[in-house]
Design a protein around this ligand. Structure first.
Ligand code: GDP
Ligand code: MG
Length: 697
């Protein structure tokens, strides 16, 4: 039971390994991390715990990537004996190697490959270290995961980390000390990390790098275990009893003294088994330790670590449990959003995607978006902005008189009367000029359609950006194509409709429009402007006249002045203004009219007055049409483009997509989605399994 708990944690660790040891991992698992200065004996301690040699050796920083070492106790199979002395073999270099069918290693990065030869494990560690860090002694915090199955180990998870160095050697990076330190801190600062601080017993404990670092992240010393190596190298008469008793640097979890093989032992091919036997003898026979020999040595350390790890797991279990449940929920939700693996027929997928799309489209246009953003207008609101701000302002900014000049009015006045001078030329000139000006509404109206078209395309891509549409990239692309083509097809009749609206305004000038300024009103306004009168006084009462009375008077006056207009004799010919009288010579010579004949010269009073009247009427009528256009065009666009697309899009998509011969390839799933689903399925499986295990504890 207890063992399986650690094993489950181990499995979880493997499953979460692709996420790295960083914060991405949903569950921070308890593990024992080994820290200490270089050559303090870290690798030796680990090898002794495993009982086998498999770690790279050498000078300098040998351990350059974290090694997550999962030890798994398994009972020996019945066919081989479970004796400590295993099959021994001699490798090519003449070294003793042991191959035992019950003991093997597996790397996470080489799934399924079993290493029975521990020399090969060492080679693979070296190879894999160099693969990520190069040969130049750089370091990397990406762990190597190694799992060792053996009847001789207790189930444990240990992490071997690079030793702390002070001075970069060779072509090591200048900041190697900081790099290593940062990596160690990253590993041991996790609250679930148990710190195994390795110190040489023949050096001052107060100077121990491992303990110093451990204190930084665990000042109480509550999750730090001290290991004292090289006890055999201590001066005669000295021992570590004071340290063990907690009188030097106390640690809640205490210290364990061990003896590993020295350099000479290794050169003499002393096996670890032999070393373990010698270690046992040393403590049992040493005067200082003999009374507490069973609290010393590697086997005790392994047992202690195993029980600390177990109790730590039990302690942190509620938290781990919660995290597993949270992570499980997260992955289940994601899995749900990815949708089930392809079980539906292609046509039903197409149908449901189309339905979703159309609902999304209508929803956005109607302002029923799922996430109504507060800092940005979206969908229907943006279209409304196009209508009521951009288009309306564009229309209202049109000023007929930035094109019509007084001289033009005069020219048209003459022209529209043709060869027969008419009595009142204003009406015709007014119509010609107004028609020209109304035509100017066409351009902003067509521009309004383009803007709305752009907005609809924008809505389309906004919808298709949602993650649920990324599942079938082929279908997504096709929907986008069909939709845009359909919108283009709608734009054509919309343009026609809108230009027709404007054409109809141009074609018939409704001079009887109730809002249009009356001719007489215009005349009196002009007269008022040209010859402002002092406030009129009623000759009978001597009081100022009311506005109504004034108007009546003005009307009467204008009628009088119209009647009193000077006759031809006085003002010259009808075209009098055209030919400046100073050119009398040409008049006499009766030259042909010049190629371009324009009204020029100073205007007569009557001309000025008529021009002003026409201008007033143009302005008045232009404003009426402005209102109509600003009101009508959005309605037309709404009818012919927006509503049309809303109503028809489903039908169009169904027709076009169902007609597609290659429906099968349209609903081919995005590879990312497939991969992500696989990942989620795996995570859900692992987490569910873990959740089952932890919930039974
Ligand atoms: P690491 O750099 O911390 O991994 O240290 P190693 O495990 O590689 O050990 C460094 C050196 O110290 C090696 O030559 C070991 O043989 C030696 N050594 C480690 N532990 C002991 C010990 O308990 N006794 C003796 N005599 N030598 C040891
Ligand atoms: Mg080492």
């Amino acid at each position: 039971m207890d063992e399986s708990l650690i094993q489950t944690i181990n499995k979880l660790q493997d499953a979460l390994a692709p996420l790295g040891s960083g914060s991405a991992s949903p569950v921070d698992l308890p593990q024992i991390t080994v820290v200490g200065s270089q050559s303090s004996g870290k690798s030796s301690v680990l090898e002794n715990i495993v009982g086998r040699e498999f770690l790279p050796r050498g000078t300098g920083i040998v351990t350059r990537r974290p090694l997550v070492l999962q030890l798994i106790n398994r009972r020996a199979s019945s066919t081989t004996n479970n004796d400590l002395i295993d099959i021994q073999a001699i490798d090519s270099k003449g070294n003793k190697t042991e191959n035992n069918p019950d003991e093997w290693g597996e790397f996470l990065h080489l799934p399924g490959k079993k290493f029975y030869n521990f020399d090969d494990i060492r080679k693979e560690i070296i190879r894999e270290t160099e693969a990520k860090t190069g040969k130049n002694a750089g370091i990397s915090s990406i762990p190597i995961n190694l799992r060792i199955y053996s009847p001789h180990v207790l189930t444990l998870t240990l992490v071997d980390l690079p030793g702390m160095t002070k001075v970069p050697v060779g072509d090591q990076p200048k900041d190697i000390e900081k790099q290593i330190r940062d990596m160690l801190i990253k590993f041991i600062s996790k609250p679930n990390a148990i710190i195994l601080a390795v110190n040489s017993a023949n050096q001052d404990l107060a100077n121990s790098d491992g303990l110093k670092l451990a204190r930084e992240v665990d000042p109480e010393g509550s999750r730090t275990i001290g290991v004292l190596t090289k006890v055999d190298l201590m001066d005669q008469g000295t021992d570590v009893i004071d340290i063990l008793a907690g009188r030097v640097i106390p640690l809640t979890k205490g210290y364990v003294p061990v003896i590993n093989r020295g350099q000479k032992d290794i050169e003499n091919h002393k096996t670890i088994r032999e070393a373990l036997i010698d270690e046992k003898k040393f403590f049992e026979n040493h005067p200082s330790y003999s009374s507490k020999a069973h609290y010393c040595g590697t086997p005790f350390l392994a047992k202690k670590l195993n029980s600390i790890l177990l109790s730590h797991i039990r302690q942190t279990l509620p938290d781990i449990k919660m995290r597993i449940e949270l992570a499980l929920k997260k992955y289940e939700t994601e899995l749900n959003s990815l949708g089930p693996e392809l079980v539906q027929s292609p046509s039903s997928i197409v149908l449901s995607v189309i339905t979703d799309f159309c609902n999304d489209y209508k929803g956005i246009l109607d302002g029923q978006t799922k996430d109504i953003s507060s800092n940005e207008l979206s969908g229907g609101a943006r279209i409304s902005f196009v209508f009521h701000e951009i288009f309306k302002n564009g229309i209202y900014a049109l000023d007929p008189f930035d094109q019509i000049k007084d001289a033009d009015i005069r020219t048209i006045m003459y022209n529209s009367s043709g060869s027969a001078p008419s009595l009142f030329v204003g009406t015709q000139a007014f119509e010609v000029l107004v028609k020209q000006q109304i035509h100017r509404f066409e351009e902003p109206s067509l521009r309004c359609i383009t803007l709305v078209f752009d907005e609809l395309v924008r809505i389309l891509s906004q919808i298709l950006q949602q993650p649920e549409y990324s599942r079938y990239p082929g279908l997504k692309e096709k929907i986008s194509q069909i939709f845009i083509q359909f919108l283009r097809d709608c734009v054509y009749p919309t343009n026609t409709f809108v230009t027709d609206v404007i054409k109809s305004e141009e074609t018939y000038i409704n001079t009887a429009h109730p809002d249009l300024l009356k001719g007489s009103q215009a005349v009196s306004m002009v007269q008022e402007k040209l010859h402002p009168k002092p406030i009129q006084v009623d000759p009978k009462t001597g009081k100022p006249l009311s506005a109504q009375q004034q108007q009546q008077q003005a009307a009467a006056a204008s009628a009088a002045s119209a009647a009193a207009l000077p006759d031809d004799d006085k003002s010259g010919s009808f075209f009098g203004g055209f030919f400046a009288s100073k050119n009398k010579k040409r008049l006499v010579a009766m030259e042909a009219p010049p190629n371009v004949l324009k009204a020029s010269g100073t205007m007569t009073d009557r001309e000025t007055q008529e021009t002003e009247v026409i201008k007033l009427l143009i302005m008045s009528y232009f404003n009426i049409v402005k209102k109509t256009i600003a009101d009508l065009i959005p309605k037309a666009v709404m009818l012919k483009l927006i509503t049309m697309s809303k109503i028809e899009i489903q039908k169009v998509l169904l027709e076009k997509l169902y007609g597609d011969k290659d429906l099968e390839s349209l609903v081919k799933e995005n590879e990312l989605t497939t991969a992500r689903r696989k990942e989620c399925v795996k995570m859900v499986q692992v987490l569910k399994h873990a959740s089952e295990i932890v919930s039974t504890v």
